[in-house]
Design a protein around this ligand. Structure first.
Ligand code: HEM
Length: 145
């Protein structure tokens, strides 16, 4: 008899090692580990941005207060945008990035940092793909503005 092929285990019925992130009935917020997971993820993303050869100079140019503020707003943005019980109190993506003339290369560099941080935290592929899809959908509001 043919058993359905699981994308993670072939035909092996053993539980996925990262099963806690895989319940598709949960919101993306839950699958990201709620506020604690999102805060940790964003801290790492900002850390990677600061070390990034392509996008780094944008973040290195901020003073500590501006960097702390951006970090807080990014956490809120992801928590609210992924379905969490949080209100985003920052500026819109167009408003924030207008005047920066962000390049496509910088955009890809920021997406790479997001994926690297997610891989380090061992989120499963579907969760990474969902975040990547959301980030990509914002491209038109962020580059060349
Ligand atoms: C999916 C991609 C991105 C998202 C979701 C995003 C989100 C955000 C958010 C929520 C803020 C804070 C808004 C506020 O201050 O009210 C912010 C600030 C900022 N973003 Fe982005 N961003 C993205 C891509 C980029 C890229 C590609 C760059 C350029 C390398 C960039 C550079 C900055 C900078 C420099 C700030 C601080 C602005 C300031 O303090 O005036 N962002 N971003």
């Amino acid at each position: 008899m043919l058993r359905p092929l699981c994308r993670y285990h072939g035909t092996e019925p053993k539980p996925h090692p990262r099963k806690e992130h895989l319940d598709m009935n949960e919101t993306l917020y839950d699958r990201l580990g709620g506020r604690a997971g999102i805060d940790k993820l964003c801290d790492r993303i900002v850390e990677l941005h600061l070390q990034n050869d392509v996008a780094g100079p944008r973040y290195q140019a901020l003073d500590q207060e501006a960097l702390d503020r951006a970090r807080i707003k990014v956490k809120e943005f992801i928590a609210a945008g992924s379905g969490g019980p949080v209100e985003y109190t920052g500026r819109s993506m167009i408003e924030t990035h207008t005047g920066m003339n962000v390049s496509a290369a910088e955009y890809v560099a920021v997406m790479d940092d997001i994926m690297q941080a997610m891989n380090e935290m061992e989120y499963p592929r579907p969760v990474c793909d969902e975040v990547l899809g959301i980030a990509y959908s914002l491209k038109g509001e962020i580059i060349h503005k």
